[in-house]
Each structure stands twice: as C-alpha cells, then as structure tokens.
Design a protein around this ligand. Structure first.
Ligand SMILES: [Zn+2]
Length: 239
C-alpha cells in the first residue's frame, strides 16, 4: 500500500534527527550539529596515571618505561564536553552516554580493539543509589558496541569522601585502596583492559583502579576518558 504524503510527512517528523545537546536539526550521520562541534577541543596529550604528567607520543615503548598507565582523553572538559558530563551525571540525561561514546570514537588518539575489555570506573554505593546509575558504565556499554569490545563491570568501589577541592596528593590518598574486584573475577592472561570514565583530572582514580586490574591478571591497562579537565582552569563539579 502506498504511503500518503501526509503519512510521509509525519514519518519524516518522527525520523528527523536532532542534535543531542541543543535539539537543532542534524543532517546525514552527524553526531552533533556544526555549532556544537565548534565548542569541542580535542585533547592532544596523553597523561600518566601515576603522576598526571602529560606526553604526546603514544608509542608502546613509552608506555612501559614508567610506572602507572597511560590515560587517553578524547576531548578537553571546557566547553560543550563539560556540559555533556554534567547533564549526563546530574540531570539524568542518559542518552548523552551515546554522544559521549561517539565523541571518544571520533577524537581519542587511541582506541580499544576487538578482544580488549572495557571496565567502567565504578561509583561508590552511596553515589550510585543517589543517581540510580553510573555514567561511566553507560559510556562503556555504548563504547563496547561501537568498538567491538566487551564491557565488563567487574570492579567495586568503597564509598570515600568527594575529590572536590582536594590537592593532587590528597586525591591520590583519597582513592588509594578503594577499588576491589567483584567476587573472584580474574582477567584472562594477555588481555588489554581499558578503564573507562567520564573525566580525568589528576588521573589518580584510574591509577588506583589500574593497580587492582594488574593484580588480577590484566597484561596491560590503559585509561580512556571522554574529557580531560585541567585543575588550574576549571572548577570542580559541586553537586
Ligand atoms: Zn547542537
């Protein structure tokens, strides 16, 4: 049966793609509208989890020369990505996890490949109860479907005071020893693991979680976050 022009128009309205962050129309396969894209800066540096030190050369040789793990952040926190994080984290806009995963796929200088495992940084029990979900886990699931990896939610996290306002050394102390493997989970030998989170600042959270995964058999761990947040210029989220 032929579709009437009216039905076609209605169908078009329902299928019309809109920008997930500003609701303006999208054309083709765009992730965001051109105006929103203008508010995104790629993160050109990789950071070492043990010190937060930046470097630009993503070669494997460098990765093995220092303690800690490399943390790849797709974009800078300032501008639109910071808004995406806040809306995803505090406004219940879970659909933005898809946007976050899409931005990671587009902008990260290094991406997980098939066979790799994505592990979301878990939220503490109290935080998860308040929000009802863990935004890092939502991003990891979407990222797994885009990259052909598996997402395994295998870490737990003790409740600890917020990292807000803490110095880098206090942040490291605050998250030391708070991560644990769920049950008796072990990582199969030779597996590359990527710890997924929304924001990296000092990278201390990823550093602490990476140690637990290494102790559980991961041959190599890397961090992968949507955003990198400079401590000096951006205020910490207060909510
Ligand atoms: Zn837009």
């Amino acid at each position: 049966m032929a579709i009437s022009p009216l039905s076609k128009n209605l169908l078009g309205l329902f299928l019309k793609k809109i920008c997930p962050t500003c609701d303006s129309s999208l054309s083709g396969s765009e992730l965001l509208c051109p105006w929103c894209e203008l508010r995104i800066d790629r993160c050109s540096e990789i950071h070492w989890s043990s010190t937060g030190t930046p470097f630009r050369d993503p070669s494997d040789h460098l990765e093995t020369d220092l303690t800690g793990v490399p943390v790849y952040s797709a974009v800078m926190y300032s501008g639109l990505p910071g808004e995406i994080v806040v809306r995803l984290k505090f406004n219940g806009e879970r659909h933005l996890a898809t946007t976050a995963a899409g931005l990671i796929m587009r902008y990260s200088v290094r991406l997980p490949g098939p066979g790799d495992i994505l592990v979301p940084i878990p939220a503490g029990r109290k935080r998860k109860r308040e929000r009802g979900y863990n935004q890092a886990a939502l991003i990891a699931v979407k990222l797994a479907s885009l990259s052909g990896c598996r997402s395994l939610d295998i870490l737990t996290r003790d409740d600890s005071p917020s990292q807000v306002g803490l110095s880098p050394s206090l942040r490291r102390q605050n998250v030391a020893g708070i991560f644990h493997m769920k049950g008796r989970c072990r990582i199969p030998g030779g597996t590359d693991v990527w710890l997924v989170d929304d924001v990296a600042t000092t990278c201390s959270t990823i550093d602490s979680a990476a140690g637990v995964l290494m102790d559980s058999g991961a041959s190599r761990v890397r961090g992968l976050t949507l955003t990198y947040r400079k401590r000096t210029t951006d205020s910490i989220i207060h909510r």
